[in-house]
Design a protein around this ligand. Structure first.
Ligand code: CTP
Length: 212
């Protein structure tokens, strides 16, 4: 009966009608989380960037978006009705300052694209969070993992953060497996490498402990 919002997948930031800035996120981890929440009887709102994954569960309402701004608008709109949100999307931090309305032609020897910052969805939801709501983030790090994750936890007012290290081979982007640590204000717990569906179970077990 809990209402859970999940962001998943990458965002695409348009350069012109045929090109974008994106990343390798497949959406698999976010979709596994949505299915695990739905399996346990939650009403799930799944805000998905451009991905090739399906979700067949009845109690998952999927909202498809493309850019960070669209994901931000959908998340800010839905969050006040939620008991918890899990921010699993790999959001582009910057977008092109201008989107060309026609395909950019090859002219000159080099080309510059000027980028401007995107809104931080997690930080905004952290500001909006009220008593009784739980906010979970992800941190993808290549170095100083724990310190960076701890910093994000505090900066974005999260209740806990799921740390993905790119040092763990065969995990994370595109993979069907993941190896995580969960960092809260009080503790850090390391988990073994497992299928994303099993990782989702561990994360939702932790979320359940936080739900009132
Ligand atoms: N996030 C978000 N909106 C953004 C950027 C990040 O909601 N514009 C969320 C991610 O979904 C994740 C958390 O914030 O839950 C941390 O994302 P990450 O990309 O690791 O952090 P950044 O704040 O972008 O820091 P950096 O890229 O400098 O490591």
């Amino acid at each position: 009966g809990k209402r859970i919002m999940i962001t998943a997948g990458p965002t695409y930031e348009k350069i012109d009608p045929v090109r974008f800035i994106g990343n390798y996120s497949s959406g698999k981890m976010g979709f596994a989380l949505a299915e695990e929440c739905a399996r346990r009887g939650a009403e799930v709102t799944l805000i998905a960037g451009p991905v090739n994954v399906q979700c067949t569960m009845n109690n998952v309402q999927r909202v498809d978006v493309e850019s960070c701004q669209q994901m931000y608008d959908a998340a800010v709109h839905a969050f006040p009705q939620m008991d918890a949100a899990i921010l699993c999307a790999a959001v582009a931090d910057f977008r092109p300052a201008e989107v060309a309305d026609q395909k950019i032609k090859r002219v000159g020897k080099t080309m510059d694209i000027h980028l401007v910052p995107n809104p931080d969805i997690a930080a905004e939801l952290g500001r909006m969070k009220r008593e009784g709501q739980t906010l979970v983030g992800f941190a993808l790090e290549t170095n100083d993992e724990q310190q960076n994750a701890q910093h994000k936890l505090e900066k974005k007012n999260l209740d806990f953060i799921v740390l993905n290290s790119l040092r763990n081979e065969g995990t994370c982007f595109k993979s069907d497996e993941n190896q995580i640590s969960i960092i809260s204000r009080k503790a850090k717990k390391d988990y073994d490498k497992k299928a994303k569906a099993d990782v989702a179970r561990d994360i939702i077990d932790e979320l359940v402990k936080n739900l009132s």
